[in-house]
Design a protein around this ligand. Structure first.
Ligand code: UT7
Length: 329
């Protein structure tokens, strides 16, 4: 029997309707459209505004789009892996809440926290469940309501992030399509530069932690930028080399959307021209675990069976990695 690979067989995505433009941010903090665009590439981002709505309300419609496209009953889903740093609650897992909201009553699932590399970590994990033959239908969803942890008085971070979710369905393939290889890396010493100070067991929530704004995302941008440029480009180049490929063999680079300058550096290093790079940072900003599947969602109609795709990410942890995919439909 041919080897089983895990193929992406459907994509769904969801972004909330409310748009937060650079012009609106100019009224909130000391910033300007020109600075944001030239330093990051971002023009606007989506925000989940409705009270009582959380990350699961972004993930659920993304998965429901897959169910509708594939005419799939939610009871057929075996497992849901939700990559997120903004879970609805510390526990239970958002994956469990999402399963309940979409009626996936036969699915087990869990959350995976690898920040901006979360989708790649989750995809690689989900793929191994398929490759082992143990499960038939695995949903991997990257979802983040970043607006829940962004300080809209801090110009260093509030211009960067947005809310959204993207999901893929993984199923077995015996013709060699799907996830081919993944290189995943981490370096926990990077925690000093990108983190949320309080709310975990190290600094449980107190009046003081709230007053000190320690429940918001903190980033030392310049340092993270330096590591991100090197990390994302190096791992992508290493993945190509390991698989005896060059940039010419790649139909699409699907990079994490944190900063247009990081994306450009990665593409240059891989020898991939700009028209083969998926970029939607200008409209959605950095949606953390959702950036890569949201790109796939928007470019789905341009993908062809057999296309080689490289997904690449860098984020908090530090975590980073690259995944090679042979498109299956
Ligand atoms: O997705 C997870 C991983 N995260 C990333 O990959 C993000 C990596 N970092 C970055 O993308 C960039 O570092 C930022 C976009 C966050 C910042 O860009 P930068 O070119 O590194 O700017 P900087 O932090 O070095 O700041 C340059 C100047 C500073 O002013 P001075 O000290 O030179 O007077 C900042 O205070 O720009 C100032 N500045 C701003 N000015 C206008 C910082 N934020 C703003 C702002 N508007 N929003």
């Amino acid at each position: 029997m041919n080897k089983i690979t895990a193929a992406i067989t459907a994509i769904g995505g969801y972004v909330p309707e409310t748009i937060l433009t650079n012009a609106e941010l100019e009224k909130m903090v000391d910033t300007n459209d020109e600075w944001i665009k030239t330093r990051t590439g971002i023009s606007e981002r989506r925000i989940l505004k409705e009270p009582g709505k959380a990350t699961s309300d972004l993930a659920a419609p993304a998965i429901q789009e897959i169910l509708a496209k594939k005419n799939l009953d939610p009871t057929e889903i075996d497992c849901i892996i939700c990559a997120t740093v903004t879970p609805d609650m510390v526990f239970p897992a958002t994956a469990n809440i999402v399963a309940d909201k979409i009626g996936a009553v036969n699915a087990w699932g869990f959350d995976l926290n690898a920040a901006c590399s979360g989708f790649l970590y989750a995809l690689t994990t989900g793929a191994s469940f398929i490759e082992s033959g143990r499960y038939k239908k695995v949903i991997v969803v990257g979802a983040d309501k970043m607006s829940a942890i962004v300080d809209y008085t801090d110009r260093n971070t509030c211009i960067l992030f947005g809310d959204g979710a993207g999901a893929v369905l993984l199923e077995a393939d015996t013709n060699g399509f799907g996830i081919q290889d993944s290189l995943l890396k981490s370096d926990g010493s990077g925690r000093d530069f990108l983190h949320m100070k309080a709310g975990g067991s190290l600094r449980p929530a107190t009046v003081e932690t709230v007053m000190a704004k320690e429940h918001y995302a903190f980033q030392e941008g310049k340092t993270v930028f330096k590591f991100a440029v090197k990390g994302m480009a190096d791992v992508s180049a290493e993945l190509l080399e390991k698989n005896n490929l060059t940039g010419n063999d790649i139909a699409w680079l699907v990079p994490h959307q944190a900063n247009l300058r990081i994306i450009d550096a990665t593409a240059d290093r891989m020898g991939i021209s700009k028209e083969k790079v998926m970029i939607n940072i200008q409209r959605y900003g950095n949606t953390t675990a959702a950036t890569i599947p949201l790109c796939l969602w928007e470019w789905e109609s341009q993908l062809k069976k057999g296309d080689n795709l490289v997904f690449a990410a860098f984020g908090g942890g530090f975590t980073w990695g690259a995944t090679l995919v042979k498109w299956a439909y």
